[in-house]
Design a protein around this ligand. Sequence first.
Ligand SMILES: Cc1cc2nc3c(=O)[nH]c(=O)nc-3n(C[C@H](O)[C@H](O)[C@H](O)COP(=O)(O)O)c2cc1C
Length: 321
Amino acid sequence: MLLSFAPMEGVTNAEYRRVHRRFFPEADRYYAPFIAPDAGGRFKRSHLNALLPEANEGVTLVPQILANNAEAFLGAAETLAELGYTEVNLNAGCPSGTVVSKHKGAGMLGDAAELDAFLKEVFRRTPVAVSVKTRLGLHSTADFPTLLAVYRRYPLSELIVHARDREGMYQSKPDRAAFAAALEDAPWPVCYNGNVFTAGDLASLRRDFPALDRVMLGRGAVTNPALFRVLSGGEPLRREELRAFHDALLDEALQGGLPPVYALARMKEIWYYMIWLFPDSAKLCKALNKSRDLSAYRDAVSALFAQAAFDPAARFQGSLA
Ligand SMILES: Cc1cc2nc3c(=O)[nH]c(=O)nc-3n(C[C@H](O)[C@H](O)[C@H](O)COP(=O)(O)O)c2cc1C
């Protein structure tokens, strides 16, 4: 089973990926959060820096592009090819209102003919392999067969399917029945994504789809960074290991020159997920969230690790239906 780490903007940035790789090397590959090029294919310097090979040492990384204009996509792909990447991923799943209203991300799924025209131009000229991360549809998962018919016209290096429509955001129950169509005579590798949080979730997915050999993990892996190891039959996460991982993440952020207030904000974002491993820790968690400086934050983290119960088998439960 090939297990990949999902792109998560604001979470799985270059520092996170490097530290995760160092502590938990079992993920087969990482997908970078999207870059959004302008019409000429240029994108932010900070996004470029996060994709430089030296910022991702030891990490097998696939960059992701959010664009609905072939020139923009190809311009960015060209820059990424120059950096040494041999594959890029198209974001056809971002559900954010501002993205969808511009017919980007999941907004690309509303018009199959436009999607087809975009892919036609991209595959005519791309300097690198192109994979797609798609949802099942814009307004309905019933759109998926039409979208699949479009994807099947092109030599994708992989189709990653987040098994929800855009309306489902990150909450609806993944629609496994609709996802099944992706696997039927698929001309390219298919990767399943959506709510795989525990070994039990993976086992049930395998029962439903014995031929499935690729799964992408997002929130479950940020909650439990050892999830790749656990799903590969390895040891459960240990409390001290999580502490060391946490400390290394904070150090990496600070050493990278991030002002402490930003480093704290970043760490709190990660705690939104990791906190599920500490059941009944509401009070300690509140202190952590309220901390305004590094010293208060470090004290709150130490109290949490020292006093709260720890359940390495706990699952992510935030914003779920
Ligand atoms: C905070 C956050 C940021 C995300 N950023 C991206 C992104 O940049 N690109 C993308 O394709 N998906 C993004 N996603 C979606 C995830 O990659 C994944 O498809 C989704 O969380 C479902 O998988 P999961 O149930 O394993 O978390 C994001 C999700 C979250 C919660």
